[in-house]
Every structure is written in structure tokens, then in C-alpha cells.
Design a protein around this ligand. Structure first.
Ligand code: GLA
Length: 385
């Protein structure tokens, strides 16, 4: 699918009969470290991919919302902004129309729009294709209707669209990553107050590469499991008398675990508290200029997600195991889990041998061939024209 700016604008003109008022982009992301911490008010560290959703948009004044996507084999969907209610639409259009709904709910006067979307973010790969769609629409409407909202505010509205309108109980990481990441940086984000620090993350300059391995296992059936983990974490926080697991200091972890009888809750708590500590460690290592040293932290993060949080799957584990057997510096699943993608940190000269080893291991296990690409920290959401 072409997300070339002129191509997307031309397609808009074909569909709607006049040129778009503008064209915007919002990227997918990978998360370097900090998994299942965002709905625990914890720390995350995503960076933006070059893969992006692009939207050509014109505002309307007659209350009509017209939506079209090149990635879905369907015509133009027509809705009335005044009629949008959660669960009123269920297909891909729920993402853009959910954003319009959330903006209007927040008191912003959105009087309609014509929207054409195209995306290169693979769906179901754990790379935030949904957040990219939401954020690109939010940013376009923010500009066209002069709302003056900042990136983090748009992210909050997009999260609300996804939580309430689409009905997926996700945290705030993906939308903030798409809205706020900067080229050449990873975003150290405190999900409690959305305080941000851009951490320089230029692996190529260090002779390193970060591979994304899409296992091709779609994670879309995982919402129930995701919600269960989230509820378990909330129970853990309640048992320990804190607002969120973020409030358990790493130093107090053992004492806190000793106060929980339920083995499952204990595992969830242990993952979240140790994962927050791993994010802080990775930030320190990167700021000290020692990117190779983050490798073991990535492996430790994977083990915790696999054994304590139990959100990995055989394909993700095989990527990480094979990476480790072939001298990768570090590897872990990224995103929500139950499929989707893993990341692998390697020396530049190891890209090919590690990629081949993972492919061979998948073939030997009888798994669908994975898709591997190099992730370069790219720009967050922006206007293209
Ligand atoms: C999904 C959610 C995020 C986050 C991750 C796990 O990507 O959308 O909010 O919870 O899972 O870290």
C-alpha cells in the first residue's frame, strides 16, 4: 500500500472530488522495554517506526463523516457525527470514528470530515497499527479545527476512543508513542503523569541494529487475556493498599510479595515491579552511552513476561531462544504479547546470521515464516502537507 503523500492525496481527490485540505502521518511503534506497565502507572520506553498511517483529510460543516481506507476492501463509509456512540460501529471505522466521538465528547466542535487513510503498519503484529490510525486522525482534526491540543492530550483522547468506543482496555503507551516520539530517540514515558524524556537512541552509530521479528501470529484474540492481566494487577494494587503497582518500590518487592497469598497475583506484581526497574536501568545505561549493556535487561524482561506475566507464546519464545543461541546481545517480545513481534538487539554483522537462524528455527518447528526488518527510531505524528 502506498503511503506516499501525493499518492494518498490523489486517491482522496478521486474519492471525494476535491483536493484534501492536508495530509498527516502517525507511526507505529516498538517498545524497547516496559511491557504491561502502562496500565499500572509505570514506565515505558517505546520508539516510533518508519511504518505509518497517513490520512488525507478535509473538514466538513454539515455533520457528515466520510471514511475510506485503502487497506480495507470496502467503499466509503458515511456516518453522522451526531449519531456516533460507543459500539455503534465495530469494524475498522471504529478507530477513526471513535476519535471523532472522543473529541466531541471532550467538548470540541467537530462538524464533520472527509478522511482517506492508508497505512504501512502491519495489523495484528503488535506494532500499534490501531494507535497510528487514531493518532493520525486526531492530529488532522486538531489542525483543521484549530483545537490547539498537545501531543499527549491527543494521545489521551485516542486512548479514550479505544477504551470506550472500540472497547479495548489498553493503556496509554501506544498512542503517546505515536503522537510524541522523535526521530533518533526512544521515549522514556512516565505513564502516571505523561512526563516525557527523549533518550538519544542511535544504534547504527554504535555499530548495532535492532531487528523486529513479526511472528505472523495475530494477537487480536487476546483482548480477554489482556483484560484479565489488567484486572489482576488492579487486585494486586488493592491488596497492597496502593493506587497502582507503580507505587511499590523495587526495594520493597519481597516484603510486598510476602503479603499476597494468591500465587497468580504474586507473579503479576513481580513482573510489573521488576519491569519498571528494568526500564529505569535501560535509561541509565543508554544515557551512560552503553547500549550493548541493555541486552541482558531485554532477555530478563522476556523471561519475566513469559514466566511471571504469561503473555508470551511458543513463536515469541523461539525467536528469543534462537537469538540467544546465536550471540544476539538481547531479545524480548514487544507489545501486548500472545503473538505479534519480538525485538532482537545485534551487532551489525550479526543481522544476517541471526535472521537466518530464526527463519531456520521457525521452519524446523513448522511455524509460519516470520517477517524480519530493521527498526530505525523514526519521527512521531506530523503534518506532511
Ligand atoms: C498493548 C497496549 C499497551 C500496553 C502493551 C503492553 O500494546 O495497547 O497499552 O499495555 O500492550 O505493554
Amino acid at each position: 500500500m502506498s503511503t506516499d503523500t501525493s499518492a494518498v492525496a490523489e486517491r482522496f481527490t478521486q474519492l471525494y472530488g476535491s483536493e484534501p485540505e492536508g495530509v498527516w502521518a502517525a507511526p507505529g511503534r516498538v517498545n524497547l522495554i516496559g511491557e504491561h506497565t502502562d496500565y499500572n502507572d509505570g514506565f515505558v520506553m517505546p520508539f516510533a517506526l518508519p511504518h505509518k498511517a497517513v490520512a488525507a483529510v478535509s473538514p466538513r460543516t454539515d455533520g457528515l463523516l466520510r471514511l475510506h481506507s485503502d487497506d480495507v476492501d470496502a467503499g466509503v463509509t458515511e456516518l453522522r457525527v451526531a449519531d456516533l456512540t460507543p459500539e455503534s460501529d465495530r469494524g475498522w471505522t471504529a478507530y477513526p470514528s471513535g476519535v471523532v466521538w472522543a473529541l466531541r465528547e471532550a467538548g470540541h466542535e467537530i462538524t464533520g470530515a472527509d478522511i482517506h487513510l492508508a497505512s504501512t503498519v502491519p495489523a495484528g503484529a503488535g506494532l500499534s497499527s490501531s494507535a497510528a490510525l487514531e493518532v493520525v486522525v486526531a492530529l488532522a482534526l486538531n489542525d483543521l479545527f484549530g483545537l490547539g491540543l498537545r501531543g499527549w492530550q491527543l494521545a489521551r483522547l485516542c486512548q479514550r476512543a479505544e477504551n470506550v468506543y472500540v472497547g479495548a482496555p489498553v493503556g496509554i503507551m501506544d498512542q503517546t508513542a505515536s503522537a510524541c516520539c522523535e526521530e533518533g530517540h526512544a521515549l522514556f514515558l512516565d505513564t502516571r503523569d505523561l512526563a516525557q524524556r527523549q533518550i538519544p537512541f542511535d544504534l547504527a552509530a554504535e555499530g548495532l541494529r535492532l531487528l523486529v521479528v513479526d511472528t505472523q501470529v495475530k494477537h487480536s484474540h487476546s483482548e480477554g487475556e489482556y483484560g484479565k492481566r489488567r484486572a489482576g494487577c488492579e487486585r494486586g494494587a488493592a491488596l497492597l493498599g496502593v493506587d497502582a503497582l507503580r507505587d511499590i518500590a523495587y526495594e520493597d518487592l519481597d516484603a510486598s510479595l510476602a503479603r499476597i497469598d494468591d500465587e497468580e497475583i504474586r507473579r503479576l506484581v513481580r513482573h510489573v515491579v521488576t519491569e519498571d526497574e528494568r526500564v529505569e536501568r535501560v535509561v541509565t545505561l543508554l544515557e551512560e552511552g552503553d547500549p550493548r549493556a541493555i541486552g541482558p535487561v531485554l532477555y530478563a524482561g522476556h523471561a519475566s513476561l513469559r514466566d511471571d506475566f504469561k503473555v508470551s507464546c511458543p513463536e515469541l519464545d523461539l525467536v528469543v531462544e534462537t537469538a540467544s543461541d546465536n550471540d544476539a546481545l538481547g531479545a524480548r517480545m514487544t507489545g501486548g504479547g500472545f503473538g505479534g513481534s519480538a525485538i532482537v538487539l545485534v551487532e551489525a554483522e550479526d543481522v544476517e546470521p541471526v535472521t537466518k537462524a530464526v527463519e531456520a528455527a521457525f521452519a524446523a518447528a513448522g511455524f509460519t515464516a516470520p517477517r524480519t526488518f530493521e527498526a530505525v527510531p523514526s519521527a512521531g505524528a506530523r503534518r506532511l502537507r
